[in-house]
Design a protein around this ligand. Sequence first.
Ligand SMILES: *Cc1c(COP(=O)(O)O)cnc(C)c1O
Length: 431
Amino acid sequence: MLYKSLNSQSPKVTFQEAVTLGLAPDKGLYFPEEIPTLPIDFINSIEKFSDDEIAFTVIKPYINNEIPDDELKKIVTDTLCFDFPLVEVGKNCYSLELFHGPTMAFKDVGARFMARCLAYFNKIESNSKNTILVATSGDTGGAVASGFLDVSGVDVVILYPTGKVSEVQEKQLTTLGKNITALEVDGVFDDCQDMVKKAFLDEDFKHLNLTSANSINIARWLPQMFYYFFAYKALKNKSEKLYFSVPSGNFGNICSGMLAKKMGLPIAGFIAATNSNDTVPRYMIDAKYNPKPSIATISNAMDVGNPSNFIRIIEIYHNNFSELQSDLQAMSFSDAETKAAMKFIYKHYKYIAEPHGAVGYLGIQNKLKQNDNAIGVFFETAHPIKFLETVEPTLNCTLEIPDAIKEILAKEKKSIKIENYEQLKSYLMSN
Ligand SMILES: *Cc1c(COP(=O)(O)O)cnc(C)c1O
């Protein structure tokens, strides 16, 4: 299996090359040249397999033999060292909790997997070094910082918009030190992302082996398929019609679910649930893609005006709008609706959802209303404590702070303030 660039102007590459390059030289995202299908027996008897075995089977065709099976099994087991519980939240509706990893965000899985793949490749090519450059609107930074901490041969530089991430998120990416540096950008997330994109094209950085760890990197993006397989395994006997509602920002998570479906996982359909950043919901009305600058909301990890994985969705559906429409509904929800949903879930089910999960809940409820015998899963993508500033006043409750978070909050923030690309450049050149 090789990876092609979605701009079609660069040669095909191996998994290792795609992971270390991040973006293709023609600026296109990498995409598998063909989507493998899983044996029907595997899907039909999925309950016989452990989560680790499922993950190994699903990811293996994307890696070929570039990582030997025993190493890949170790990487998968290490990546998935926590639980993915399904919690019933009302009739036919489940929250798949993706936040039980070290930084309490679903991005832990992708970040841990990518870090371990890079560590493996650096080990077999002993002098190899990479610099991970990543923009974050909140959770990516913490997950990448934690996933790559102490990985030898890798330096991590994280750009985040000042004042736009929560206190816990900020502490998670500014307190680790060692091979992790946080750059605090005077601007919004899109400014951070633009700087990162510019740096990747800058010839002056060739020697740094710059790599992305956003969901544009296939090693971050592909392992997110696991969630859909785990939920399917748990719910397959309850209904033939299983829908997923995914709170979406850069659309990496939902797009990996679409890939899982193409591999043979029986998913009835997807709901892309967004906040007011509604570029994709608008696209699903008239097939016109008009990205807009991002708007700040209470679900800030989804404040993305121009979702980077949208192009992969178009590829999966062969740029066929009606084919996409039959699998995907997209819905946008305001902050007021999100808060109302958080209150409703708390009042009726005693379940504490943070804003991203609540946006997902709104999406799945909308679907279940149209569909009596369907089962719906929404992804709860972060622990409520990470959005304490919104959750506590909205629900009028006090959250218990997990020990791991207490430790982080007590640590001292260390960041370097930058205002523009030149300052990013001088930082990178001096290190
Ligand atoms: C990143 C993130 C999302 C959005 O995921 P995408 O793959 O970018 O669509 C949703 N919720 C939380 C908490 C996140 O950190």
